[in-house]
Design a protein around this ligand. Structure first.
Ligand code: NAG
Ligand code: NAG
Ligand code: NAG
Length: 423
């Protein structure tokens, strides 16, 4: 697949690689293709393929029109009104996330499957229902006889992996007045219609001078969306870490366009906002309780150049009677931009500096970014290279980042469980 590098520039600011302006849907190949693709009913259910295993997991095939790939669909019913749908090619080699869950959710099992001429109704042991429409294929999700969510067949498309790994899916929230979620963007909490605008982009980056009230991505990307109305709240989590764009369309439809990975959706039937959050957290886990000081005032800038400067800044907070709970150091405290070191000339006594700061009941945070200076003889570089802790290119060679600083850098795989204890 062609890389969509058009319109992407890198620039030094703060501590990360920055896309000036961020990429729009029209500047990325998969999004412009999926967005402009006419809506079409591509898939129909192969009724002879329906299977239910001992655990109550339903599997069937959906046959595609000529020119498209047939797919297989898995439906899982979990306790706590959570359902899951996976759709992928036969013998799929797509990437599937494996370490996101807080713990495997408990399967609820299926109490009945009623097959009629045009549809089949799956009733779970906890009473929720999934109606599978055969031609065109679509899925309706009910709780207490209320239709809460529709997986819209005409907006489903899984590209042939020979072309690209991209896919799209349309999800409607018929009982909702507004949609919320898809954090984080510098705009209002209610997700706004985007057909005449750029879709919400989901892609983690340090977007310098990001525009306000815009659907461009910033630091975090959480593909969790929920629709809220007077009767019910329903939610969906797309368990996929690839870049995504999401259009918010009429009839409370969220149209997800993903660059790669597997179409793996968790459906939360609520019915209240608190239940939606509880169901989501059952899957992803809860965050740690933050230490009290982390909620206070933090003074952070790029960057303080000497320990004297740090001392002065802290003293001035006291002189002017400003609250201060923590002060941050960016890369300039290091010896030649080697993280986990101190510059012996400008930060000659880091222990005394820290003792002075903690004597006034404040914390010092020394940033250690994931990009490690490429330099033989620097112990962190040598050790990470030997342990294969660096991010790699698809050919197995070590990926080296853009020259962010004069040192360049290669990113550490902090997501590997072995890396943090080693640091
Ligand atoms: C999937 O793999 C199995 C086992 O290798 C093979 O028999 C089958 O034909 C494959 N199916 C498709 C659609 O490629
Ligand atoms: C935010 O942008 C939307 C869509 O362009 C616009 O309708 C709305 O008025 C803007 N809100 C603010 C506070 O600027
Ligand atoms: C620590 O505090 C003492 C007393 O105010 C001061 O003389 C010294 O310079 C401080 N050291 C650092 C490294 O900030």
């Amino acid at each position: 697949m062609k890389r969509f590098r058009l319109g992407l520039f890198v620039f030094v600011l703060f501590c990360y690689i920055v896309e000036i302006g961020g990429l729009k849907c029209s500047e990325t190949e998969f999004c412009s293709y999926l967005r402009d693709r006419p809506t079409a009913d591509i898939y129909t259910v192969d009724i002879n393929s329906i299977q239910i295993d001992d655990m109550g997991i339903i599997k069937f095939n959906i046959l595609a029109r000529i020119g498209y790939e047939d797919l297989e669909v898995y439906i899982y019913a979990y306790k706590d009104d959570i359902l899951r749908v996976k759709i992928k090619e036969f013998n799929s080699t797509r990437f599937e996330l494996s370490d996101v869950f807080a713990g495997a959710p408990n399967l609820a099992g299926v109490s009945s499957v009623d097959t009629e001429a045009i549809q089949m109704t799956i009733t779970t042991n906890i009473g929720s229902r999934v109606v599978v429409k055969f031609a065109p294929f679509s899925l309706d999700f009910y709780r207490n006889e209320i239709l809460e969510l529709v997986l819209n067949g005409e907006r489903l498309f899984v590209d042939n992996p020979q072309n690209s790994q991209s896919f799209s899916v349309g999800l409607s929230f018929p009982r909702s007045d507004h949609l919320y979620g898809l954090h984080e963007h510098a705009t209002g909490l209610i997700l706004r219609r985007t057909e005449n605008d750029d879709p919400y982009r989901m892609y983690n980056l340090d977007h310098a001078e990001y525009p306000i009230n815009d659907t461009a991505s910033v630091y975090g990307a959480v593909p969790f969306i929920y629709g809220h109305g007077p009767e019910v709240t329903a939610g969906v989590f797309l368990h996929n870490a690839a870049q995504q764009f999401v259009d918010i369309l009429p009839d409370q439809m969220a149209y997800f366009m993903a660059e790669a990975g597997t179409l793996d959706l968790f459906v939360f039937l609520g019915p209240t906002p608190a239940e939606i959050l509880r169901q989501y957290l059952l899957i992803t886990g809860v965050s740690y309780m933050p230490p009290l000081w982390s909620l206070g005032y933090h003074q952070s800038r790029y960057s303080y150049l000497t320990q004297e400067e740090v001392k002065d800044v802290v003293a001035n907070f006291d002189n002017y009677n400003f609250q201060l709970d923590a002060i941050w150091l960016d890369i300039d405290h290091t010896d030649g931009q080697r993280y986990f070191t101190w510059n012996p000339d400008t930060f000659s006594d880091p222990i005394e500096m820290q003792n002075n700061i903690s004597a006034t009941n404040r914390k010092l945070v020394a940033i250690s970014d994931p990009h490690i200076k490429v330099e033989k003889g620097y112990s962190v570089y040598d050790g990470a290279l030997e342990n294969e802790f660096f991010v790699k290119n698809s050919d197995g060679s070590v990926f080296e980042g853009t020259e962010v600083f004069q040192s360049g850098g290669t990113p550490l795989m902090y997501c590997l469980r072995e890396v943090l204890p080693w640091c």
